[in-house]
Design a protein around this ligand. Structure first.
Ligand code: GLP
Length: 235
């Protein structure tokens, strides 16, 4: 099995491409269920989506975020709730905040997604250690939404968003690999030189490797990987 991937000249052109795909789906399917990611990678996609949103109706769209830190107030600027509100939701005039969903420790997120009919389109970033969502190396193929412990690599990577590394949460709630695999269509996006080594490793995989969680996507029928030239520089 092989991954389908496209190399764009830069992150902006890849993000505009993805935003158009999403906007087209919202138009065609107003009750779309969107699976959303956080981190720096999707920021330009969200901006492009906002720019495309003027004549689009988001009122029946439901969103399902991949993960959230444990132990951060939602009002904390580093929480994924805050990120989504300020980088997307508050800028989509017709979007209803009640239709946005995040995994928590106290409800069955996989069941909630199922009861809405499943995720139609899932956006994923990738960690430098190959994680998707917060499924760190060692996550099993049948993992569902659960509390996870973050690895030292992830804590160090995410420290750039916090005043001090000691403030980075050590745990998160994340959709599992099995949960992610239920989406109809998946776009995995990677930008920048820091992602080049893991992208090289991922594209060389032939089958799921427990040490590289994103390799589970080899078993999905409809995955596209979008890269900028920097992330593709070791291919
Ligand atoms: C974070 C998130 C992931 C994200 C990844 C990459 O820890 N939990 O969902 O895809 O790491 O982040 P970035 O896009 O900032 O490189």
């Amino acid at each position: 099995m092989k991954f389908k991937f496209t190399i764009f000249p830069n992150s902006k052109s890849a993000s505009v491409f993805l935003a158009h795909k999403i906007a087209d789906l919202v138009k065609a399917q107003p009750q779309l269920n969107l699976g959303l990611a956080t981190g720096s990678t999707p920021l330009e996609t969200y901006q492009a989506l906002i720019d495309l949103s003027h004549d689009l109706d988001y009122s029946a769209v439901n969103t399902f975020n991949l993960d959230e830190y444990v132990g951060l107030e939602y009002a904390n600027k580093q929480s994924y709730h805050y990120y989504m509100l300020h980088n997307l939701f508050l800028h989509l005039k017709t979007f209803k905040l009640a239709n946005s969903h995040f995994p928590t420790l106290d409800h069955d997120y996989d069941q909630l997604i199922k009861s809405h009919g499943g995720i139609d389109l899932q956006i994923l970033g990738i960690g430098t250690n190959g994680h998707i969502g917060f499924n760190e190396p060692g996550s099993s193929a049948d993992s569902l939404t659960r509390k996870v412990q973050l690895t030292a690599t992830t804590i160090a990577d995410n420290a750039r968003f916090f005043a001090d590394q000691s403030l980075v949460p050590t745990h998160a709630v994340s959709m599992g690999l099995h949960s992610i695999m239920q989406a109809q269509k998946i776009y995995l996006v990677a930008f920048g030189k820091s992602k080049a080594p893991i992208i090289k490793e991922l594209l060389a995989q032939q089958q799921f490797d427990l040490n590289l969680p994103a390799s589970i996507l080899l078993e999905h029928a409809d995955v596209e990987i979008l890269l900028d030239e920097a992330a593709a520089s070791e291919l």
